[in-house]
Design a protein around this ligand. Structure first.
Ligand code: GRF
Length: 194
């Protein structure tokens, strides 16, 4: 199974996914693609021997369709069976998503359906939540709302700020995403609750 991973920044989730696709794992990473040519994750992917590409969304000044058409070039050339969004920070149009419906995954740093969108940790803290976590879901046209594939929880601790909570959740993201991807590739759709 050919897996393409879309990133926007450091790519720590991409590294965790790529490192999990070895040995008897039925999938292999075939492309790491970013909307930012300066994304540190591109260097990390190249160091792991994974093909990389970048399409700078700033070159398309708000013309989302043109940006996505450019993004599709390297992506389709890689002929992925599964596309993983991992720290990918651009909203994709329903037209783009439709091309990968049922085989596009995303990881979101909250216990969906709580806190779709941005600043999830600060919002959980502001709400006085005692638990937080991350969710892997299938990507559909509605933002952060597709079928649930997995969740991992962490405690919110006294004295936490968005940074300390994000760091605790990120550790779980790196456990959850690889585990969910392997199950997904093996045809399992029941949610994995870590
Ligand atoms: C992190 O905030 C993570 O919670 C979210 O995307 C951001 C960057 O992740 N999934 P990564 O290190 O680029 O994978």
């Amino acid at each position: 199974t050919r897996v393409a991973i879309l990133i926007s920044g450091g790519g720590s989730n991409m590294v965790a996914l790529a490192q999990s696709m070895t040995g008897d794992h039925p999938a292999r990473p075939v492309l790491v693609l970013s909307n930012d040519p300066a994304a540190k994750g591109l260097e990390r992917a190249a160091a792991m021997g994974i093909a990389t590409a970048a399409v700078d969304h700033r070159d398309f000044k708000g013309d989302r369709a043109a940006f996505e058409a450019a993004l599709l070039e390297p992506l389709q050339r890689a002929e992925p069976d599964v596309v993983c969004l991992a720290g990918f920070m651009r909203i994709l149009t329903p037209e783009f998503i439709r091309r990968f419906e049922g085989r596009m995954l995303n990881i979101h740093p909250s216990l969906l359906p709580n806190y779709p969108g941005l600043h999830t940790h600060q919002r959980a803290l502001d709400a006085g939540d005692t638990e937080a976590g991350c969710t892997v879901h299938e990507v559909t046209a509605e933002l952060d709302a597709g079928p649930l594939l997995g969740q991992a929880r962490v405690p919110v601790l006294p004295g936490d700020d968005a940074e300390t909570l994000a760091a605790r959740v990120l550790v779980q993201e790196h456990r959850l995403y690889p585990a969910v991807l392997r199950r997904f590739v093996e045809g399992e759709r029941a949610p994995l609750i870590l």
